[in-house]
Ligand binder design. Structure first.
Ligand SMILES: *[C@@H]1O[C@H](CO)[C@@H](O)[C@H](O)[C@H]1NC(C)=O
Ligand SMILES: *[C@@H]1O[C@H](CO)[C@@H](O)[C@H](O)[C@H]1NC(C)=O
Ligand SMILES: *[C@@H]1O[C@H](CO)[C@@H](O)[C@H](O)[C@H]1NC(C)=O
Ligand SMILES: *[C@@H]1O[C@H](CO)[C@@H](O)[C@H](O)[C@H]1NC(C)=O
Ligand SMILES: *[C@@H]1O[C@H](CO)[C@@H](O)[C@H](O)[C@H]1NC(C)=O
Ligand SMILES: *[C@@H]1O[C@H](CO)[C@@H](O)[C@H](O)[C@H]1NC(C)=O
Length: 514
C-alpha cells in the first residue's frame, strides 16, 4: 500500500531535520532545566502554568487536524509539517462516539471527536464546561496544552542499540500523522508476533496511538513482517494502519539473515486469502534457540517511542474500556480534586478483570458488573495470584455505579496489604523504567518498578469507570517446573543484586518492600 507522501519526502530531509530537532530539543531541555531547577516539587509530573499556551487553541485538533499552523507549535520543523496536507480532512463537529463492537464504523467517523468550541479567553480561571466527555473540545485541548507543558516528539524511523539489542524504532509507523504530546494517550505494549491476534480487539477499543515493540530474533522477523502486513491490509478496517506503530528488536547474537525494508514491503498489498500468519503460530526461531523473552527491554522500547505525555504501559492481552482516552483527558483538563490538590507524583491504575472464554469483553462498567454478578467475569488473576492485582477498595469499585464522567475513585498506596500490588496504570515518561535484566520467564518483572514507586511515595489514583479486560478465557494456575527454576534464579538475583542497587539509588521508605 501507499506510503503517505510526507513520509517519502521526509526521507530526503531526514538528516537535516534530525539535526535541527536535536538542537531544538537540547534548547528546550536547557530551558526546562533552568526553569525548574529551583522547584522542589519532588518529580511531580506536571507544573500548572497559568497563562501561556492559550493562543494555540484554534489550531489544535484530536489526532487528525483540519489545519495546524506548525510554525507555532514546532518552530524548527515548519518546512516539513506543511507536507501533511494529505491527512487533512474537514472535521465534523461533535460526532457522537461510535461504541460498536462490530467495528463496522470507519476511522473517519470516529476520530473526529471534536466539538467546535472556540475560545480565546483565559483558560485557567474559567471553569471548564465539558459538553461531551467522549470528545475533546478545543478548550479542553488548550487547557491540556498549558497544564501539561509537555514537549512534542519526532516520529522518525531510527536504528539504535539498547544493551545487546538492536532496536528498529518506528519500523512501521501508524498513519495518524502528527500527534502533539497533550492530545492523546499512547498504549505502550510489546509481544512476539504469535500474540498479534490481540492487536485488532485492542485497537478497536483504544482508538488512539499504540506503540508496539516486537521481539523478532532470527527468522521470527520474517513472520513478524508478514503479520504486520496482514494486520494493516487484511483486518477489514483501517484501525491498525491508523493507530499502531511497530518497533522491532533482536539481540546481536540473533540477528536476522535479512532485514526487510518497510519502504519496500509496504508497497505491495498482502494477499489476504492466506490465513493470518500469527494464527496458531509458534515462534520457531525463539523456541528452537530456547530464548528468554526480554520483557522489560520491550516495555522500555515501546514507552520511549510514545509521542504523548501520558502513556498506558500494558500487556497486549489487556483490552481497555472504550473512550478511555477522551474521558481521561477531560478529567485531567477539569483538574478538580484530588488532582489540583495533590503534591505527590502520581499514576492512575486501572482495574483489571478476566472474562469467560465464551463471552465477549464487556463494553461498559454496567455490563461488566452484570457479568461479575453471574460470574462470567472475575477480578484478574483471582485463581493465579489474587494479591498481585488486589486493588485498594476493589470491592467498593465493583459495586459503585457507573457515571458519565471519569474521576479519581480512590487514592491508594502500594503499602500494607497492597505491598505486592502490580498495578497497570496510566503514567508519564517520568515514572521509573523497568529493569532490563529481568525476563518474563523469571516472573515478577514489574516488582522493581513498584518498589521505586513506593519509595518515591507515589499516589495511586484509581480511576472510577475505566477497566481492562484480559483476552477472554479465565486463567488457572498451571505448574511449570522449568519456568519455576528460572523464576527462583531471577528472584534471588533481584534480592541479592537489584534490591541493594535500588536502595542506593532511591533510598528506602518504611512499608515498601521488593
Ligand atoms: C502561522 O503562525 C505564524 C506565527 O504566528 C505566522 O507568522 C504565520 O503567518 C502563520 N501562518 C499561517 C499560514 O497562518
Ligand atoms: C452498530 O453497528 C450495527 C451494525 O452495523 C448498526 O446497526 C448499529 O446502528 C451500530 N450502532 C451504533 C451505536 O453505531
Ligand atoms: C486568574 O486567577 C489568578 C489567581 O486566582 C488571578 O491572579 C488572575 O488575575 C486571574 N486572571 C483573570 C484573567 O481573571
Ligand atoms: C493469493 O493466494 C491464494 C491462495 O494461496 C492464491 O490462489 C491467489 O492466486 C493469490 N492471489 C494473488 C493476487 O497473488
Ligand atoms: C480544586 O478544584 C475544585 C473543583 O474544581 C475547586 O473547588 C477547588 O477550589 C480547587 N482547589 C484548588 C487548590 O485550586
Ligand atoms: C451474564 O451476564 C451478561 C451481561 O448481562 C450476559 O450477557 C450473559 O449472557 C450472562 N451469562 C449467564 C451465564 O448468565
Amino acid at each position: 500500500m501507499q506510503v503517505p507522501k510526507f513520509v517519502i519526502m521526509l526521507g530526503n530531509r531526514r538528516n537535516l531535520i534530525f539535526r535541527v530537532s536535536i538542537v531544538f530539543n537540547i534548547a528546550v531541555f536547557l530551558y526546562a532545566a533552568m526553569h525548574y531547577s529551583g522547584n522542589s516539587a519532588s518529580g511531580v509530573e506536571w507544573v500548572p502554568i497559568t497563562s501561556d499556551g492559550s493562543e494555540r487553541s484554534a489550531e489544535i485538533r484530536y489526532l487528525k487536524e483540519e489545519f495546524r499552523n506548525e510554525s507555532e507549535t514546532r518552530p524548527a520543523e515548519s518546512s516539513v509539517r506543511n507536507l501533511e496536507e494529505s491527512t487533512s480532512q474537514k472535521s465534523i463537529p461533535s460526532t457522537m462516539p461510535s461504541v460498536n463492537k462490530t467495528a463496522s464504523s470507519t476511522v473517519s467517523d470516529i476520530d473526529k471527536k471534536v466539538s467546535a468550541v472556540p475560545s480565546e479567553a483565559n483558560l485557567i480561571n474559567e471553569t471548564l464546561d465539558i459538553v461531551d466527555e467522549n470528545a475533546l473540545s478545543e478548550t479542553t485541548l488548550a487547557r491540556l496544552r498549558s497544564l501539561l507543558a509537555c514537549n512534542d516528539k519526532d516520529f522518525l524511523p531510527t536504528t539504535t542499540q539498547r544493551g545487546e539489542f538492536w532496536v528498529l524504532k518506528n519500523f512501521v509507523r501508524a498513519e495518524h500523522g502528527t500527534v502533539l504530546c497533550h492530545e492523546s494517550i499512547t498504549y505502550t505494549t510489546h509481544a512476539g508476533f504469535e500474540y498479534f491476534d490481540n492487536v485488532i480487539p485492542l485497537v478497536e477499543r483504544w482508538m488512539a496511538p499504540v506503540s508496539l515493540a516486537v521481539h523478532a530474533p532470527g527468522d521470527d522477523l520474517a513472520s513478524t513482517v508478514n503479520s504486520i502486513r496482514y494486520l494493516r491490509d487484511c483486518a477489514g478496517n483501517d484501525f491498525v494502519r491508523q493507530y499502531v506503530t511497530f518497533h522491532v528488536f533482536f539481540s546481536y547474537k540473533h540477528i536476522p539473515a535479512k532485514i526487510p525494508n518497510p519502504d519496500e514491503f509496504l508497497q505491495t498489498p498482502f494477499n489476504c486469502t492466506n490465513k493470518a500468519p500469527y494464527f496458531n503460530a509458534t515462534p520457531s526461531y525463539k523456541k528452537q534457540k530456547n530464548l528468554l523473552y526480554p520483557v522489560n527491554v520491550a516495555r522500555n522500547i515501546a514507552r520511549d517511542a510514545a509521542l504523548t505525555h501520558f502513556i498506558l504501559p500494558s500487556d497486549i492481552e489487556l483490552y481497555p474500556s472504550p473512550d478511555l482516552v477522551p474521558k481521561f483527558l477531560n478529567m485531567i483538563a477539569r483538574n478538580a480534586k484530588p488532582l489540583n490538590t495533590s503534591t505527590k507524583p502520581r499514576v492512575f491504575p486501572i482495574s483489571i478483570f478476566e472474562v469467560d472464554a465464551q463471552v465477549l469483553a464487556p463494553w461498559t462498567k454496567t455490563e461488566l458488573q452484570r457479568m461479575l454478578a453471574n460470574k462470567t467475569a472475575i477480578p484478574f488473576h483471582k485463581y493465579v495470584c489474587p494479591n498481585c492485582h488486589n486493588i485498594p477498595q476493589g470491592n467498593q469499585w465493583m459495586t459503585t455505579v457507573e457515571t458519565n464522567q471519569m474521576d479519581v475513585f480512590h487514592v491508594g498506596k502500594r503499602q500494607g496489604k497492597y505491598l505486592h500490588w502490580e498495578p497497570i496504570f496510566i503514567g508519564t515518561h517520568q515514572d521509573p523504567y523497568y529493569d532490563e535484566r529481568l525476563s518474563w520467564e523469571g516472573k515478577k518483572d514489574k516488582m522493581t518498578q513498584g518498589f521505586v514507586l513506593c519509595v518515591k511515595d507515589y499516589d495511586f489514583m484509581i480511576l472510577n469507570n475505566a477497566f481492562l479486560i484480559h483476552k477472554p478465557g479465565i486463567k488457572r494456575y498451571v505448574k511449570d517446573s522449568k519456568r519455576d527454576l528460572i523464576a527462583a534464579k531471577q528472584s534471588s538475583y533481584v534480592k541479592k543484586i537489584i534490591h541493594p542497587e535500588l536502595k542506593k539509588l532511591y533510598g528506602t521508605k518504611h512499608g515498601c518492600a521488593l
